[in-house]
Structure formats: structure tokens, C-alpha cells
Design a protein around this ligand. Structure first.
Ligand code: GLU
Length: 293
């Protein structure tokens, strides 16, 4: 039987809060209960929002929570050539196009079109740059114009055929990635995007069970598409409910009062933090101790 491998993959854009403790504990426990591996990955491709002090905070908080991980921490910024190689392969398959639009350009285009279709992440990209000729796109790149790379999602899905994945406890989920429109696979400032890097890293690290919050469930359709295009295996997915505050709102990194470091400074114990994070039996651990960290 394949060894179970799970991961916790926070972005260091703020200090961790109770919602992260909840997510990290689930990934940790699902690995430990199966005698598998639990990995820690720092998803730090967004150089404008990620900060070293938040990354250090993640390591501190994980140590405080006693959630040890296996092997080295993977930092996405250390793997940019790998993302560039994936991009190159998809480009060679004719599935990508450069997009020169700014956010303002897209907002203007969407407003002008009256009733632009919406996807899970808001209005879908109106396809402005998909219509550029190869010559024009090439000239603009040669002139040094900043550009992202977008996936021709519909064409890509057509090429791989029917797609699905196993959601734990629910069976097979059929994917419809085109509801996102042509998603960005490489940002203007990085040879990858969340979708490309997370999918690449899950494959590269041999992750077999992806546990993460329900807000990312729709994005799994895009991830499955990338996996199929690249010939990578499909992990099993287990999307869990999000922790909410007393008003039912999703916890946010901006809400500093709920950060783990703030709770720690108040003298709250890790056990109490897990209790507040909705984890009841945090310390009922299997005998097998974790390595690393
Ligand atoms: N880095 C993402 C986040 O912090 C999580 C990625 C994932 O679990 O797929 O929300």
C-alpha cells in the first residue's frame, strides 16, 4: 500500500491564526494515524505580500503547537526553475498565451461587457489577450512588456477529456475547470501562480492526500486539469469546513487578535488553542513520534 503523505502549505502573508492550527492539525493527524509523512511547505511566490517575519512565525507556531514535520521545509521561492520548466512544457503544447492586461484593464473590459460571466473567483477573464496574434504578442514580449501566462482552459480540458477526482467520503467529483475561464498559470512577477505551484509541488513531493479548507474546493478542478496535462498522479482530496468566528465569518490573517502568537502572548496553552480551533483530541496522539522540526 502506498504510504500516506499529507502537507500543510501556508502562505507567509500574515501570522497564523486558529484556522491554520485547525488545518495544520488535520494534515498532521491524517499522516500520523497512517504512519505516513507530514510535510510543511511555505507558499511564498507572492513577493509583494510574503514577509520573512511571517515565515519565521509559521515555524515558531508549528513548534509551539508541537506539530513536527518530516524532511526539510519546502519554500516555493527556492524552486522557481521547476515552475518555469512546467510552464515551458505547457507552452510547447500550445495551451498558454501571454496576457498583458492590468487589473484595471480587466475591470474596464468586464464593466463594458455589461453581463460578464462569473466564476468561483469573480468575473472571468474576458479573453482580451487570447485574441492577439502570435506576432503581436511576440512583439510586445520582445519590447519588454510585463505579462502573465494564461491557460486556454477550455482547449486544455477538451484535450485531456473527462476529469474527476476522489473527495474523501463523497466519492468521485466531476471537474468543470472552464467555469474559471482562462486562469493565470504564471504571474507577471513569477514563473508560476498558486495553481501551477501547488499542483507541481504536490506531485514533486508525492502528496497522496490533500487536506485543505473548503474554499479551495473549486480550484481542485483546475489542479486536476494541470495534473492531467502534465501526467502527474491525482491525490485524494479532503476539503474540510472552515473555522468561523462567533458571527459565522471566516477567520482572516488580518484579524490579529486571533493570531496564534497573540494567544500565546496571553498565556493560552497549545491544548486550549486546539480546543478553540475545534480540535477536541489534539493530544491523543499515536505512539509514533514525528521526525524533523
Ligand atoms: N497556500 C494556500 C493558503 O495559504 C493553501 C494551498 C493549499 O492548501 O492548496 O491558503
Amino acid at each position: 500500500m502506498q504510504k500516506r503523505v499529507t502537507r500543510f502549505a501556508p502562505s507567509p502573508t500574515g501570522y497564523l491564526h486558529l484556522g491554520h492550527a485547525h488545518a495544520a492539525m488535520i494534515a498532521w493527524a491524517r499522516a500520523r494515524e497512517a504512519g505516513g509523512q507530514f510535510l510543511l511547505r511555505i507558499e511564498n511566490i507572492d513577493a509583494t505580500r510574503c514577509r520573512p517575519e511571517y515565515e519565521a512565525g509559521i515555524l515558531d507556531d508549528m513548534a509551539w503547537l508541537c506539530l513536527g514535520w518530516d524532511g526539510p521545509v519546502r519554500r516555493q521561492q527556492d524552486h522557481l526553475p521547476e515552475y518555469r520548466a512546467v510552464l515551458e512544457q505547457l507552452r510547447a503544447q500550445g495551451l498558454l498565451y501571454p496576457c498583458f492586461c492590468t487589473r484595471a484593464d480587466i475591470a474596464r473590459e468586464v464593466a463594458a461587457s455589461g453581463q460578464a460571466p462569473h466564476g468561483p473567483d469573480g468575473p472571468i477573464y474576458p479573453g482580451t489577450c487570447a485574441r492577439l496574434s502570435a506576432a503581436e504578442a511576440g512583439d510586445r514580449i520582445a519590447a519588454g512588456e510585463a505579462h502573465a501566462w494564461r491557460l486556454r482552459t477550455r482547449v486544455a480540458h477538451h484535450r485531456v477529456g473527462a476529469l474527476g477526482y476522489e473527495e474523501e467520503g463523497q466519492g468521485r467529483i466531476i471537474c468543470a475547470p472552464e467555469v474559471f475561464g482562462d486562469v493565470v498559470l504564471a504571474r507577471k512577477d513569477c514563473p508560476g501562480s498558486y495553481h501551477l505551484c501547488v499542483t507541481h509541488d504536490d506531485a514533486a513531493q508525492g502528496v497522496t492526500l490533500v487536506t485543505r479548507g473548503k474554499e479551495l474546493r473549486a480550484a481542485t478542478d483546475i489542479h486536476r486539469l494541470i495534473q492531467a496535462l502534465m501526467g502527474w498522479p491525482a491525490p485524494i482530496y479532503a476539503h474540510h469546513a472552515l473555522l468561523t468566528d462567533q458571527h459565522g465569518a471566516k477567520l482572516s490573517k488580518r484579524d490579529g487578535a486571533l493570531s496564534l502568537r497573540a494567544l500565546r502572548a496571553e498565556g493560552i496553552s497549545p491544548a486550549e488553542a486546539f480546543r478553540r480551533a475545534g480540535i477536541k483530541d489534539a493530544f491523543r496522539r499515536p505512539a509514533r513520534a514525528s521526525s524533523g522540526a
